[in-house]
Design a binder for this molecule. Structure first.
Ligand code: PLP
Length: 361
């Protein structure tokens, strides 16, 4: 160990992010319900665009992402100039930390907030400030109380992962109004498309200088493997982020497939409707066997077992049945299991296996 070669402060405090478990090779009939992926996959139009992209593999992609930003702008009625595209929304979250937080700064997020908020905060040497939630829901008063003159960023996912809960537009506006003048409120809308009629706080962003929204193609668009996300914010923030993003961060395939996907809103509507139906069914089926969950607004259900030991035993039983779900101990929810809403057959298998575990079948 060479003690003269050291990483920047904070980096060694980062716990490695672990993705959802995938079924082991050779296990037949296994289903991955651990990463909140769309069980129906990407739209046919997206697949077609991906096939076409093989013809331009030798060309560098464009650097301004104009066509994709225009498509997102058209679909969501947003100004394309104020949109930035990245390698998943992860990259946008990372760029926000790099640009706005450093040593002696604080970044605020909630107790059960997305793990990458902490990782990105520590990576730039800033101090994470974790705020308690109320019954697994963000508490605006507590967030505001945790802000200080050092706060530079406030991250909130709405709906949140892994709880599935969300706060109302009025509460979000109160949060935007209450944060300190030097802070940016980042509304992470990774699951926004699952909420019928919700704009992901785009209206709030449009009306203010201190709110930024991130979105992804990894969830309802079924493109988790492709890695595309985007952000929408005040021009001054978008201009700053564009200075530090890699000019060729997105490949032509990523750009073309995301553009085709966002233009296929009929597919997204179908996925949203089916998810809502199956999520309701799954939550009820689990509740019937004594496993409650909060009303989820996303594409997963946070099942609450009686204790961490019971959650572990249930997870082991589900794995034995080929069902890979997510333990959420690292989210301070050791007694819970996060279960992605799969297709109908998967939901039935999960419900059956949990009932079996509870000794009811
Ligand atoms: C709340 C939340 N934000 C952001 C992300 C990052 O998604 P991606 O980088 O795939 O766009 C995820 C992924 O699970 C998430 O759950």
């Amino acid at each position: 160990m060479n003690d003269q070669i050291r990483p920047q402060p904070g980096i060694l405090d980062i716990t490695l992010y672990e993705g959802g478990k995938a079924p082991k090779a050779g296990v037949s009939n296994a289903i991955k319900l651990s990463s909140n992926e769309n069980p129906f996959g990407a739209s046919d139009r997206a697949k077609e665009a991906f096939s076409k992209s093989v013809h331009s593999l030798h060309r560098y992609p464009n650097t301004d992402h104009r066509a994709l930003r225009q498509a997102i702008g058209d679909v969501h009625c947003l100004d394309p100039q104020r949109i930035i595209c990245g390698v998943g929304s992860d990259e946008i979250l990372t760029l926000l930390c790099q640009a706005y937080a450093g040593q002696k700064d604080e970044v605020v997020f909630t107790e059960h907030g997305f793990l990458l908020y902490r990782v990105n905060t520590l990576a730039v040497g800033a101090t994470p400030v974790e705020v308690p939630e109320r019954e697994r829901t963000a508490d605006v008063d507590a967030i505001l109380a945790a802000c200080s003159r050092r706060t530079r960023l406030v991250f909130i996912a709405n709906p949140n992962n892994p709880t599935g809960t969300m706060i109302s537009p009025a509460e979000m506006e109160r949060l935007a109004n209450g944060i300190p003048a030097q802070a940016i409120l980042v509304v992470d809308g990774a699951y926004a498309e699952y909420v019928d009629g919700y704009d992901g706080s785009a209206g709030l962003v449009a009306a203010r200088e201190n709110v930024f929204m991130t979105r992804t193609f990894s969830k309802i668009y079924g493109l988790g493997g492709l890695r595309v996300g985007w952000g929408y914010g005040p021009q001054h923030i978008v201009d700053v982020l564009n200075r530090i993003r890699g000019p060729f961060n997105l490949s032509t395939a990523q750009l073309d497939v995301a553009e085709a996907s966002v233009r296929d809103q009929e597919y997204i509507t179908r996925c949203r409707t089916e998810n809502a139906r199956l999520r309701h069914w799954l939550a009820e089926a689990l509740a019937e066997v004594g496993v409650p969950s909060d009303t989820s607004m996303a594409n997963f259900v946070l099942a609450r077992l009686a204790s961490p030991e019971e959650a572990e035993a249930c997870d082991i039983h589900l794995q034995s049945q080929g069902l890979m779900v997510r333990r959420v101990t690292s989210y301070k929810l050791p007694h819970c299991l996060r279960i992605t809403v799969g297709d109908e057959a998967s939901c039935r298998r999960v419900a059956h296996a949990v009932a079996q575990f509870k000794g009811l079948r």
